[in-house]
Design a protein around this ligand. Structure first.
Ligand code: ATP
Length: 258
């Protein structure tokens, strides 16, 4: 860790010195705090953020090579998809609203709000926040279908959104829902900094990278791959080895060889 003092409290992102060695982490922390204040992020989101931050520190707060390959494969899967959907929770909305919208536009995906702690107030606050960052259609509010195998609020999805999707991007998803979506036959792209978490292990494409780096990376790959043929895209997907990517991330984290 650096000896430089970390500002205890900042009112706006601009107050965080860009030259600070933990700049990205401070920005992330600030966005989650701001998300809680705005009512879009649940307090539990702070714990999730803390866990993520520790893993990111061990990864060197950078995109490792195996994650870059996963991001490229994710872009190919999304371009091949018929009905891709990006699932957004309170942390995703707080951390990367614009990046979520940009990825959705680059691959023609729908955006659906899907919350563990679902209340109409939070659902609407998140939908408004996404719209303020350029989202045109935000799904998830009607919640007229259920994911089998999950109970109560966690099972609620839109019939025209996640329920009908062939590919779902689930950043920072909890393990139960990731497993249930997988059983439903969805191709899952999970973004999670913990390679040992159940969610990335349930995914066809696990991306062990910080959401704030991963989303723009997938978007860049998608823009670059847009003119590729189906055969070329499929070859990228086929060459990706999810188990090897997870093992590589674990090895980087455990060895400290960053
Ligand atoms: P499981 O998937 O086994 O249920 P969990 O209980 O740790 O694991 P949650 O608390 O529901 O999962 O989700 C938090 C997960 O999100 C953690 O694995 C954490 O590492 C990850 N995470 C938090 N912030 C980020 C981020 N900015 N980018 C990517 N992953 C993150």
């Amino acid at each position: 860790m650096s000896d430089e003092p970390i500002p205890a409290e900042v009112d706006s992102e601009e107050e965080i010195p860009e030259e600070h060695p933990r700049y990205q982490d401070l920005v992330t922390r600030h966005r989650i705090e701001a998300g809680v204040e705005k009512g879009i992020t649940h307090l539990q989101g702070m714990h999730a953020e803390g866990r993520g931050s520790a893993f990111d520190y061990l990864l060197g707060e950078r995109t490792i090579e195996s994650a870059r390959e996963a991001e490229r494969a994710a872009a190919a899967v999304l371009l091949l998809a018929e009905r891709p959907v990006i699932s957004v929770n309170g942390n995703v909305a707080a951390l990367a609203p614009r990046e979520t919208v940009e990825l959705a536009e680059a691959v023609g995906a729908a955006i659906e709000v899907n919350l563990f702690n679902r209340t109409p107030k939070r659902m609407n606050a998140i939908a408004d926040h996404l719209r303020a960052h350029g989202a045109r259609d935000v799904l998830g509010l009607s919640a007229d279908a259920r994911i089998p195998g999950l109970n109560h609020e966690r099972a609620k999805v839109d019939a025209e959104g996640i329920y009908a999707a062939d590919v779902v991007v689930v950043p920072l998803e909890d393990g139960d829902r990731a497993e249930a979506l997988s059983k439903l036959g969805k191709t899952e792209i999970v973004i999670d900094l913990n390679p040992l978490s159940r969610s990335p292990q349930a995914a066809e494409i696990p991306i062990v990278d910080n959401l704030i780096r991963a989303l723009p990376n997938v978007t860049d790959h998608a823009r670059e791959l847009r003119g590729s043929s189906e055969t070329e895209l499929q070859a990228i997907v086929d060459a990706f080895d999810a188990e090897a990517a997870l093992a590589d991330a674990e090895q980087v984290i455990r060895s400290g060889l960053r």
